[in-house]
Every structure is written in structure tokens, then in C-alpha cells.
Design a protein around this ligand. Sequence first.
Ligand code: NAD
Length: 523
Amino acid sequence: MATDFQIAVRSVVSRNPATGETLREIACTPEREIREAVARARAAQPAWSDMGVRRRGAILKNFQRLLLERKRSVAELISREAGKPYAEALTTEIVVVLDSARFYIESSLALLRDKRLPHGSLAMKAKSGRILRQPYGVIGIISPWNYPFSIPATEGLCALAAGNAVVVKPSEFTSLAALELADLLHAAGVPSDVFQVLPGDGATGAALLNCEIDKLIFTGSVATGKRIGEAAAAKLLPVVLELGGKDPMLVLEDADIEVASSGGVWGAFVNAGQTCLSVERCYVHRKIFDRFLEACVQKTKQLRLGNGLDAATDIGPMIHERQLRIVEQHVEQAQALGARVLTGGKRLSELGPNFYAPTVLSDVTHEMVVMREETFGPVLPIMAFDTEEEAIQLANDSEFGLSASVWTKDRRHGEAVARRLAAGIVQVNDAVSCFGISEAPHGGIKASGIGRTHGRFGLDEMVRIKYVASDLLPGMKKIWWYRYGTEFTNKIEGVLDLQFATSIGKRLRGALRSVGGLLGKQL
Ligand code: NAD
């Protein structure tokens, strides 16, 4: 029967954050369609897995070739939808994904192959064991807007290489970049049910979590990550959580001020500071503090803000008004507590709706939210320290632990400091860039998340580890089988002495007792 009312359909809107122009409005994927998509992924996955690593690798190679060919149009789309400079769309999205494909094409065969597992248990000497890495089945990916192509792509390639089907729920702000990724993968030969993108909002993500997926790879904020962790715990769904950060930069007394200030300015402002690995707080040895601060201020003043598609743009807009308000609040609260704004500190409405001037703050303390909570915007707060102990303690005084950087001319010393920093990733004399090293594990500790993506550790997150042990003496009953009694304990004690006793005499006696046992009469 026809009804005269319509059920409201939620939708997501992709906008150019530099201009506010609507790029496309897309209906959120309804719950029923999410369930159907997951069911189709499950049905298609065995054939994808059975295809084998080599043939999947050939398809990933096609994808790599297509992406290289279409790099301009894809980078332009990313720049238009996420606001970032075209140069960054190339370096932090296209280059990262091409290299990630290279890694899985080159390494999956060796990393996924069955591996013999030698063991040292004397009693089990007749067992030969192997480790199998088997795909989970259907991997759900929920991704954020700040790297709208490289995050779902690197995680998706990893899951596909391992033989999984993938269902992606991209950010509500950047559906187009994810849909473009799906197009490229399908054109390369990945079956359409093996890689699916389901546009939608947070509720769409929550609905995906409720479906029969086998694992979820989530990248986003700590608040959402905790909600997802709770929902996943209730159904014992394994998850990887790649969450926020408050990454410290430590500039030691012997650092090259010219290099470190350039690195700090880039690390804080790349992608308008909307990078999980951004330099969010900077600690500088007091002896070089003034010179470092001055260099950062001068370099920040030279940065050119504008539309990401303009070749002469260093910094684009922030993603939306809500994110910009967080930045304003952090800077305002810091100022109220005594921080000085050395440059920036204001929105630039004359450029477009979401522009905020890159900002350098001094006279900051750990009482300020700008030193404690993720700002996720173009703000570089800089604080002096007197001793390295103090710097390490300040760096570790955070609920987050994603990445950190140490700047020094003494590499060994930098690496020694790196050991003491509470973070999943530490770079010496650079920041942020290790996201582009496809072999390097990506992920944090503390509130920054659980598990790893990228590299061999990321690949291990996409497989179930299975141990298969075969008995090499199948015609022999085992000494630990029934029946128990003094003869049984005698045998076991013999084996224990044979393997663990410290005197040779005891070990020999143990050998005799256990050999006797081997010939004993089990049930
Ligand atoms: P967000 O948490 O708001 O959203 C992330 C994704 O989760 C989106 O797709 C969103 O629609 C979805 N979502 C929201 N509520 C949900 C729910 N209840 N159930 C399921 N899905 C839900 O994060 P954001 O603003 O898109 O991204 C910025 C954050 O991501 C920052 O904190 C940043 O540090 C973090 N991030 C971390 C990494 C990393 O690798 N550690 C990388 C990039 C971004």
C-alpha cells in the first residue's frame, strides 16, 4: 500500500573546505544494505583467498600502475575534498599508497607463507609444528577525513594482500576519496564484492560494527575509539584502534637549530596540523630556546595560505568549522593562562570559511589544554627545559603515546633518549614522515590506541595465527596419556630430570627412567 509520507534518509555531504562549495551529497548506507554488503563480502572472500598470494599481488601491481597513471586527478580530488595542498596530496597520500602497494607486492609471499616452528620441549620432541597465517574473512575499516585516501588504502591493501574481503566506512566528510579508491581497485581486478565502500556517518559506522565482520580496523578520535572498543568487547570482536596523539618534539642542546626549526614548523603545520603524528608540543633546551623560537616564528610568517589546488599554497584550510573552533578554544585558553602568541592566533575569514593562521605560542605550561589535549590544528606551542631528564618527563606527561621526535647532532644519544619516550614511534631528526615507510609499524600506546597497521606487524593483524602440530611417531602411545600412577609419575620425573637437572648424573638417571617409561604400557 502506498504511503503519503517519506522516511527521512540521512545523508553525508562532501564539501570543498577552502570554498564551502558542495561537491556531492550521498545518502548514508542503510542498515539493511550494510548487512547485505557484508554478506556479499563473506561469500566472495574464499575465492579471493584461494586465488593465492601471487595472483593477488599481480592485481595489486595493476592497482599501483593505475594509481600512478591517475595520480594527478586523484591528488586533485583529495585536495578539493580535504583542503590539503596538492603537493601534500601527492606526497602524503599518493606516494604513501604506491609504496604501500610495493611493500605488499614484494613481501606478502614471504610473510604469509607457512613457517616451521622449532621447539625445545624434550617431552614433545616428536612433534613438528607449523605456523599458518589465515585471513580473518571480512575486515571492516572505519576511517577518518584527514588522510582520506592513504588511510583506507594502506589498511585495505594490507587486508586484501592477506586474502580478506574488505568493507570500508569512510569519514562522512571525505566519501569521494574512498569511492575513488574503490574504483581504482575494481579497475585493477579486485572483485567488487571483495572491496566495498559504504558511505555514511557515525551511525553507519556503528551499524557496520553490529554486522558479522571478523575484525575492525578503526582510525579516528579517542572518544569514538573508546565507544568502538566497548561495543567490540561486548561481541569479542578483535579490533585495531589507531587513535589521536599529542606528539612531543624534543630539541636537545646540541640540535642544529636551522634544521630543527624547519622540521618543527613542517611537522606542526603539515595538513594544517590535522595529522595524527603532528608535532603538537615542542620542548627546547633553554640554551638555544630564544634562537629556536625566533627561527620558528620567522619561518611560520613566510608560509602561504590558500586553496590547496593553487600550486603556491603551503597550508590549506581546516576541514570544518567545528575543528577550527577547537583550535580557537585551545589558543584562547592558553592566552588566558599567560601564553604569548608570537604569530598567528586568529582565523583568516578573508581567505575562505575554514582558514586559521599558523600559530606559534610561547610561555606555555602543562596546565594549558594546548599542551594536554589533541589540538589537531596549525598550532606550535614551544616550552623551554633545563635538563634532559625534565624534557623526557614533560614528553611522557601525557595520556597519549602515538609518536615523538628527538633532535640532536648525536644520533646515538638521540636513540638513547628515544628508548625512554612513551610512544609507539620515535623519530630522530624528523617528524611525521615515517608514515611513508611502508615497512615501519604504525600505532601508539596509552590512549593513542591498540595494535598496529603497516608493515609486517600490520599484516599480522589481518590474519589468524594457527598452529598445526604433527606427531612424527604416530604409531606410539604418548607417555602423558592414561593410566596415571607411580609408573606414570616416575616417567614424567625422569623426563624432567633429563631436561632440567643441573648434574650430569641426575640427567643420566632421568634418561633411564624416561626411556623405561617410553616402553611402558599406556591404555
Ligand atoms: P572521528 O572519531 O570523529 O571519526 C572517525 C570515523 O569514525 C568516521 O568515519 C566516523 O564517521 C566514524 N564514527 C563516528 N562515530 C562512530 C561510532 N559511534 N561508531 C562507529 N564509527 C563511528 O575522527 P575524525 O575526526 O574523523 O578523525 C580525526 C581523529 O583521528 C584525530 O583524533 C586523529 O588523531 C585521529 N587519527 C589517528 C590516526 C592514527 O593512525 N593513529 C590517523 C589519522 C587520524
